[in-house]
Design a protein around this ligand. Structure first.
Ligand SMILES: [Zn+2]
Length: 72
C-alpha cells in the first residue's frame, strides 16, 4: 500500500529526481533517480516520484474503478 507522504509529484519534463530523504522516513545520502515511464522509487527511503501526467492517469483510473464498483 502506498503511503501518501511517500509520494512526490514532479513536473512532466522531469526525468531525473534527486532524493536525500526527509524527516518522516529519515535522511540518507543524496541520490539521483531516473524516472522510467514517469515514475521512480527511491531505493533508500522508498519514496515514489511520479510525474503529474502519470499521477493524473492513476487518479482517473482509481476514480473509474470506484464508480464501477459503486454502480454494480
Ligand atoms: Zn529517498
Amino acid at each position: 500500500m502506498l503511503k501518501r507522504q511517500n509520494l512526490k509529484i514532479v513536473e512532466n519534463h522531469v526525468t531525473v529526481a534527486s532524493c536525500n530523504g526527509d524527516v518522516i522516513s529519515g535522511k540518507h545520502p543524496n541520490v539521483y533517480l531516473t524516472l522510467k515511464d514517469g515514475s521512480a522509487e527511491c531505493y533508500y527511503c522508498g519514496k515514489i516520484f511520479v510525474t503529474k501526467d502519470v499521477h493524473e492517469k492513476h487518479l482517473s483510473k482509481t476514480r473509474k474503478n470506484f464508480k464501477k464498483k459503486k454502480n454494480v
